[in-house]
Design a protein around this ligand. Structure first.
Ligand SMILES: [Zn+2]
Length: 197
């Protein structure tokens, strides 16, 4: 594998200039292709004419991966112990192991955020008796989308805190799986659990 140094030159195709141009390796901040963030200070080939990043050498991959992993900062919150029990019970009911719990919450967060599942009624779970209790257990969710999705749900429901969003989601899971079982949803969740296992 060829290792490039800052200042090395290489021919590259530049999409902006729509031609084969000279590129010079420099340290650059490079945005993710989906626009959801930026990787800082990685070696990249920069077009000599328009200064756009036109190539990322293989040697930059570990540095990029490291930054992506750090940016996947976990959303941490504390909830009453029975919330974690509900999640574990639901995971097992759906055919998964307790490892499926976090994926289950993320599935709900995603669907609520995208409004594939209605957020209406979410806030009413917070008035129920099961919403009460001392916050003694931790829920920790990783993923670059998670905090954005929680913010979306806050905005749509006027639920103020992350903890309350997660409590409401857990109680919705309890409702959908155990209290008023939704057969169709349960079947698709079983599919997700099977794929996850
Ligand atoms: Zn160019």
């Amino acid at each position: 594998m060829k290792i490039y140094k800052v200042g090395d030159k290489q021919k590259a195709v530049c999409e902006s200039c729509q031609s084969l141009t000279g590129a010079t390796f420099m340290l650059r901040d490079v945005p993710f292709s989906d626009g959801s963030g930026i990787v800082k200070n990685v070696l990249a080939g920069v077009c000599d004419s328009c200064k756009e990043v036109v190539l990322i050498p293989h040697q930059s991959t570990p540095a990029i991966k490291k930054q992506l992993d750090t940016q996947k900062k976990a959303v941490e919150t504390r909830v009453p112990a029975h919330m974690v029990d509900i999640l574990n019970l639901a995971s097992v009911e759906l055919g998964g192991s307790t490892d499926f719990s976090n994926a289950l919450i993320k599935y709900y967060l995603h669907n609520l955020s995208e409004q594939k599942t209605s957020v209406k009624g979410l806030i009413k779970y917070l008035e129920s008796d099961l919403a009460k209790g001392v916050a003694q257990k931790r829920i920790s969710l990783k993923g670059r989308q998670v905090s954005k999705e929680i913010d979306n749900i806050k905005f749509k429901t006027s639920i103020g805190s992350t903890t309350d969003v997660l409590k409401a989601v857990v109680l919705k899971i309890n409702d959908d799986v155990f209290v008023h079982p939704k057969t169709q949803l349960i079947n698709s969740l079983k599919g997700v659990a099977a794929a996850f296992a």
